[in-house]
Structure formats: C-alpha cells, structure tokens
Design a binder for this molecule. Sequence first.
Ligand code: PAF
Length: 286
Amino acid sequence: MLLHTIKEVREQIHKWRKDELTVGLVPTMGALHAGHMSLIKKAKETCDRVVVSDFVNPIQFGPSEDFDKYPRTLDEDVKLCEKEGVDIVFAPSANEMYGEGQKLSNDNLTYVCPPFFYVNTLCGKSRTGHFDGVCTVVLKLFNIVQPDFAFFGQKDAQQVIIIKKMVRDLNVPITIVQCPIVREESGLALSSRNQYLTENGRQDALVLSKILHNIKSCYKRGITEVNALKETAYNFLTNKHDLEYLEIVDKNTLEDKIKADNESIALIACRVEGVRLIDNIYLGEE
Ligand code: PAF
C-alpha cells in the first residue's frame, strides 16, 4: 500500500506491533533498480513486514548537485514493490517530512551531525553537509517507522559506516543490515545515476570496477603498499575520467592505511560525462 503521511504509517505499524510482527525498513530515494530489489528481498527474508521509503531528501543535496533532475519514478517503484510483496511504500512530501514551509537549513532545523572525520573524508570532501542530511533523514525515518531492521547497500559504504556509528552513538534500537553491491554483467555497480550516462559513458564508467578489481588482484598477489596499489589505477584512467578520489582505508573506521590488509576497503569516486559515480571493494573476504 502506498502511504504519504507519517500518521498513516504510524497507525499501520501500531497494528503490526500489536500482532508482534517484526518490521524491516528499506530507505530509498526511489528510482528503484535491482540493487534496491536485493535489499527488499533480504528484508522480506528477515522480517514479517517490510516498509520501503521513497523520498528524494532535499537536505542531502548540495546547491550545485542534481536534486532537481534526480529521477523520480514513483509509479514504477510502487509496481516493483508490489511485485516483491512490500507491505508499505512510504512516499512523503518534503512538507510532510520537514514541516510546512520550513526553511531547510541548519540554523532552523535540528540536524544529526556525525563526527567531523567521518563526514569530511572521501565523499564528504566534495559533498559538504551531505552525510548530516543523510543521517538526519534516516533517523527521522527510523523514528517514524521504528523498524527492527534497516537495510542499506554496500555500494554507499561510507554511508553505511556513518549510519552504524550514529545508531551506536545514539543507542538507536535497530539492527543495520548491509547487503552486497549488485553489478551489471559488465561489472558496473548499479546506481540510479547510471541513467544519466550515454552508451559510451556506460563503457567509460566500467573503469571504476576495473580499477577496484585490479587493486584486489594485485593485493591477492602480495602487493600491500597502499601507494603502489593506488598507482595501478593510472593504467586505466583516460581523459574521459575525472578521478575525485581513490583510497584504501579501514573498512570499519575509514582510517587511512599505509599497508593494505584483509580489513581494508578500496573506494573510488570518479566523474564520467559529468556524472559522479562511486564504487568500492573489500580486499579481504566479503
Ligand atoms: O542511499 C540513499 O538512497 C539515501 O542516502 C538514503 C539512505 C535513502 C537517505 O536519503
């Protein structure tokens, strides 16, 4: 069922709680693809009832980012969710989430602000305020739905690490479940932003997964110096690629490493045809 208001969601959840049913939440910004569907499948396996939120959250986009053009495909999303047996699709308006006519800035709204290091490294370097916006909306969704489990994709590895930290630090009684990246056969990690790419752009975008898989195979062959591993990327990059970062860090804390080990994750952000794409890979076992 498609619901637009917090009140309707709360009423439904209340009924489920009375019946002692477990609830899973899959937070999304819509434009659902097979990556989201894998989260929904996992939620269906884990919980009695599943809520998918479908909300393009204005406060996690910077002023020069793609909030206005971000794909909005609610009708298709609802059909996909129905097919998968989702119990509620929660698609609120910005007014419903943040209050009628609220000025969406941190001099007016209570924000969740994770520690500086977590939100200002990697993607946070170029996306000031992004993770504060993500944590704020995610905590609001947690408070509205009060799920037992919430499901996030490893594709946004930094996001999951930060959300786990928020949940720990604020004693939020929800288990965070991280699900593996879903890739096309070509290796391209699924993302709602892939639809901005032309056919040539999609080919050029394969460089992200190629660089990461090559780093992992170099690591498996015994190269552990992070600088040496990072340098292997230059064999793949061309003038079609605008590399924003390539880092190898601790997979739980995001701290830099000099030597890679089985606890390391390699992460990349790169623009192709002006579209900002991210990807990552664990160097140890998944
Ligand atoms: O990963 C996303 O799609 C968003 O950042 C999330 C978690 C739904 C919050 O808006």
